[in-house]
Design a protein around this ligand. Sequence first.
Ligand code: FBP
Length: 578
Amino acid sequence: MREAKTKGPGRGLEAEAVIAGLLRGESPICGERRAYQPPLCPALQGVSATRPLDGVADLEVLKVAGEQLPFVSQNRLLEVVPSQGKSLWDTPRNLGVVLSGGPAPGGHNVIAGLFEAAKKAHPENRVLGFLAGPKGIITNRHTEVTAEMVARYKNSGGFHMLGTGRDKIDNAQKMEQCRQTCTALKLSGLVVVGGDDSNTNSAFLAENMRDLGVQVIGIPKTIDGDLQVPGLCQIPFGYHSACLAFATEIGNLNSDCKSDLKYWHFNRLMGRSASHIALEVAFQTHPNVILIGEEIEEKELTIHQVVRLIADVVVARANQGKNYGTILIPEGILEFIHEINALIIKISHIIAVYNREAHEGEAFHHLSFEDQVQLIDNNDIWRDYDSRVFLGLPPELQRGLLLPRDSHGNFQYSLVNTERILLGMVATYLRKQRSKGIYKGTFKTQFHFYGYDGRGTFPTKFDCDYTYNLGHAAFSLLANGATGYMAAIKDLHLPVEEWRPIGIPLAPLMHLEERTGRLELVIQKQKVDLESPAFMILEKEREKWAMEDDYRFPGPIQFQGASAEDKPITLMLNALSS
Ligand code: FBP
């Protein structure tokens, strides 16, 4: 047996230093990115004031939102503008910040912007970061954000500076705990960086903490791209970076399948509801098939029709000798297939009602699959038709539909292997076509899921700038007394010099949705608009993409060179109409 060496042959101090250099925790590119200083739009460069946003009608508030949020429902649209006055909040204040929900590239720059704006207003202003998401506020777990932390995390992806979580502040006890934390920390303001559910938290926190003098501002985040307010918030942050990360991979697969000519790649892309990610990745990569959930819903396609839609392209390409290609499947597609969505809604309701009464350890997900099916079958809202649809689905999909819902009552699309399920169904259909002599090709396949990787990617330059400005805008809104708003940047398709920071009232963004078995007031997700320029352009282009190999290779996220200044293609196409 050879003796294990503690040191390699001839390994001296110099070699050790080389090894240490090669294995350094921080890669050279991370160091380079940290050095980037995002620019600020003019309104945020000095002291700022707020005024009503000109030329835009105020958004309407639903009656039930007015009842549950009587104070913040009074808010009107605000614009942040430069001011000649003296710095507001020039006595030391404590501000809290929390990262909430799924990570999205750029979150660290929101904190950097908030921190730098706060310190510029008064060097003794403090920013306290809550750890592991809203739970950090409930349990008062926090850390003070320092200049050193900001320098270390600036322009980096992920949410690991503070961590994140999906806790919902959904009862009086949790709200009281939040009040106690904010009082104990003497907070004047709290910034909640999150998606629709987290910004729902922001609205209720703002309403319930106004008597304490704690102002709350939300920040639009989610790679899913569905936290939009038409004409005011074109896209949340993180979307561009995640889409480009996914598009880099799909571009690579395009290149591989075009070289090897033998695989069909089934790609599922994150985005638990709306298909914004799939739409952008399609523009970036020109795949052969792209499914858009909203279109499937409008055309009322069944799952079998969706399968045929894919199979038809496979057959047509095979007839041209092309037994390869790429397919984009939005993660949330099941929600848009009527018969499946009906099952999801009913099962979610049955699970929520059952879990409300179940003892600890007896929750729905502890039951065997057979008992789960039995329990659903016995429920009054479950019809024979539902059973027929359910039993006609592949077993993997049946099990997927019964998976536990998240803390907000959402169906967890990311846990269902939709791409494999569809692939299996397409393969079965093609076998039938082959037996009829219609299909003569070969169907070799690979499947992929892109999601968590894109949430942790480097932010694009666009997302770095956007989030840094959002952090400053949140501070300006707080310093000018606003609460119950979402900070946003208007006109993102224009250069930074023309960006307009605004405050969007949270209450009008709310609608009623069934969650955990009850109708709840939550921020409404924005789906892909089938009348938008972006979708209509896709409709025109995709026939060509289906048959010709018009693949596009976006390459990795760049900070320099030709693509450094890129913004989401969807954003730019939709801005053509404004
Ligand atoms: P947010 O809405 O919180 O930004 O998260 C969106 C998302 O990334 C979805 O695309 C995905 O379905 C989901 O989070 C996955 O959630 P989890 O992190 O709980 O697995």
